[in-house]
Design a protein around this ligand. Structure first.
Ligand code: ZN
Length: 190
């Protein structure tokens, strides 16, 4: 079982889809993620990825962290989806539920792919053999996102937003670190 599959299972186990559909307002989600918001989603995702990469296993603490991060990320995806008018205005409750399921799918796929989107046949190396490019990923080492066309498109959009979000957080953190060390240095030289 690939890492991404394990994530998906961990996420499904949390029954997030039901949560999301039943809370058509974002109040439940909002309260569940307020602690993430305090530190910023970018920082929460960065920490999550680091902890999953270092432990390599998904126990109860990782699962809980993953579920919180997904809730926060899903809220973000839903917000962007509505702002960017991905889907027509829902006319029936059935439409509305289908839209919610769509946002959930895009959020899950983009987060799982960002956390571990390695191409499975080549293990992310991009090579089938030493001299041969992996046909599955065309040498990129990244797994392709599979699914319905619209889901795949939006997942790729959100994947790039996710990379941007985490990158911005990294840049902010780095500049804060620089400032702190400059302050320390000037304090030391006084
Ligand atoms: Zn490959």
């Amino acid at each position: 079982m690939s890492f991404s599959e394990k994530y998906s299972r961990a996420l499904t186990a949390r029954n997030l889809t039901n949560d999301a559909v039943h809370s058509s307002t974002d109040s439940l989600t909002a309260s569940a993620i307020s602690d993430i918001r305090v530190g910023g989603l970018g920082s929460a995702l960065t920490r999550l990825k680091a902890s999953l990469t270092s432990s390599g296993k998904i126990g109860e603490p990782e699962r809980a962290r993953l579920a919180d991060a997904l809730k926060a990320w899903r809220a973000e995806v839903r917000k962007k989806g509505i702002e960017r008018k991905w889907l027509p205005t829902p006319r029936t409750t059935w439409d509305a539920a289908a839209h919610e399921a769509f946002y959930t799918k895009v959020a899950e796929l983009s987060l799982a792919h960002w956390l571990d989107g390695k191409c499975e046949p080549c293990g992310g190396t991009g090579k089938a053999t030493i001299n041969c490019t992996c046909k599955a990923c065309n040498g990129t080492g990244r797994a392709t996102v599979k699914g319905e066309r619209l889901v795949v498109q939006r997942t790729l959009d959100m994947l790039s937003d996710l990379v941007g979000l985490v990158g911005a957080h990294g840049a902010r953190a780095a500049s804060m670190l620089r400032e702190t060390s400059l302050v320390r240095r000037s304090q030391r030289s006084q």
